[in-house]
Design a binder for this molecule. Structure first.
Ligand SMILES: Nc1ncnc2c1ncn2[C@@H]1O[C@H](COP(=O)(O)OP(=O)(O)OP(=O)(O)O)[C@@H](O)[C@H]1O
Ligand SMILES: Nc1ncnc2c1ncn2[C@@H]1O[C@H](COP(=O)(O)OP(=O)(O)OP(=O)(O)O)[C@@H](O)[C@H]1O
Ligand SMILES: [Mg+2]
Ligand SMILES: [Mg+2]
Lengths: 258, 258
């Protein structure tokens, strides 16, 4: 089982959209994939059509894991969404876990332990991360083998990478094998000079960690979220579907080489 | 002195871009404005051309305020940026304040107290907030008179409002007079059906709290950030400059009526 966090400190860069559609493309290629929504704003959960707060969420299982009498049980929190994806949903209450985890002993490894205890059998686990540093992000990174960083080719997202590296180094002190599998450009338009300059700067610093697949801007991706579906179920003929299909192929081939 | 937080739980909706350019437009109208960067990713600080970590930041003053021997002193952390704006810069270390504040007594009101102690005289203080719930966001809201919420007319930003309302209610329990001055649409394109539908839904729920000024998509706003300037110093003839000029006029007239 390979565990991947979709993360990055900049807000609105396409983490949730990438988590959903990369997972769906990997499932379409014949793999079993579990999604985990580790963001208290629960965007992934909402974008997969789950509107009502469920009884068992990542929040309820963190609470069990932190309490002395019980254990977290992620298997019982798994939901099958409208488009057939397997998901452990988030809850807006997850923000309160941040406060509880802060004052706990060994709080960085709670999610890692709960995933290791899971009985369900998946090829990949994909975790959608919140945009800010903190215990929820640290737990997701410590539980992961790889990090995929979606990025927009603009000045502020470029600058946010160095802040993210702090979170990466901190997580690596708890999980030495954690590695960045790469950066993927979202809403990329090569006609814009700034886009080309930012791409060149990232390639300069990170070399071949920059995926050659670029995700173009495509309104169908937002519409699919409104419909509670992944892009392949919503509009398989769209640019969004072909770009995320290509991303999954590149992702799977890079995983084999790691 | 009127204190306004630019906030919202969804990432990448234009909080930092709005903080900079609304402040600059209000200064151009003859007011004295102080900007505070309360986000650990320090986007506002970077977008105003401050690349090196300074000695006195919001982080250093929170630490002084939390320690027993000293007091925070925001006046000494004020920096004048390339485009003449007054700013209390952030630091990536600010993320650590979150952990310290969590376990402190009366930690929700630290920023409010530091602002009250300030000797410098401003008409407005504008605070750029982080995208995630937590002590840094709570401190900014508790210190504020009003909240302005930038929003993109898409499904996930629309859905993120209910999560933000939790943070708002929590902050109101410490600061009863806190109020939402309104919602402003960013990168609004009335040719897109989803944009029009989301606008109609927000107007339905929040009525005249929706600003009639809409900020159009304009690459010059990102270029200005790369140059470390506000849009009026970078390209006063751009759409971005005229839209933010109009936003400031609507903002000031709404403040008078509150
Ligand atoms: N390639 C794309 N083309 C068009 N719209 C997109 C694309 N990718 C994402 N979006 C839209 O941009 C917005 C932000 O994307 P998303 O929510 O995935 O970002 P995020 O990084 O998860 O944000 P947050 O920091 O709030 O978690 C969403 O409304 C989404 O529908
Ligand atoms: N009206 C606009 N037109 C074009 N680009 C814009 C506009 N407003 C913001 N941007 C760009 O979109 C990106 C996100 O904006 P910004 O950083 O202000 O959002 P934010 O809400 O502060 O994000 P975060 O959640 O990370 O704090 C930036 O690269 C910015 O330059
Ligand atoms: Mg997200
Ligand atoms: Mg910002």
């Amino acid at each position: 089982m390979i565990i991947v966090s979709i993360a990055g400190q900049k807000g609105g860069t396409g983490k949730t959209t990438t988590a959903t559609n990369l997972a769906a493309a990997i499932v379409n290629d014949g793999n079993k994939v579990l999604l985990i929504d580790a963001d208290p704003q629960a965007s992934l959960t909402l974008s997969l059509g789950i509107q009502q707060e469920r009884e068992r969420t990542l929040y309820s299982e963190y609470l069990r894991e932190v309490s002395i009498e019980e254990d977290g049980d992620l298997d019982r929190a798994i939901v099958i969404t409208k488009s057939g994806l397997h998901l452990i949903p988030s809850s807006t209450a997850l923000a309160q876990t941040e406060q509880k985890l802060m004052c706990e002993y060994e709080s960085e490894t709670k999610l890692q332990r709960m995933i290791h205890k899971m009985k369900s059998n998946y090829d990949f686990v994909i975790i959608d991360c919140p945009p800010s540093p903190g215990m929820l992000l640290t737990n997701a990174l410590v539980a992961s083998d790889y990090i995929l960083i979606p990025l927009q080719a603009e000045y502020l997202p470029l600058k946010s990478i160095s802040g993210f590296m702090h979170c990466f180094e901190e997580a690596k002190s708890f999980n030495g094998s954690l590695d960045i599998i790469g950066f993927v450009f979202i809403k990329y338009d090569r006609r814009i000079v700034m886009s080309r300059n930012v791409l060149a700067e990232i390639e300069n610093i990170f070399g071949d960690k920059v995926f050659s697949t670029r995700i173009r801007s495509n309104i169908q991706l937002s519409r699919a979220q409104e419909a509670g579906l992944d892009i392949f179920k919503y509009d398989p003929t769209s640019h969004g579907a072909s770009d995320y299909g290509e991303l999954a192929m590149e992702f799977l081939s890079r995983i084999k080489k790691m």
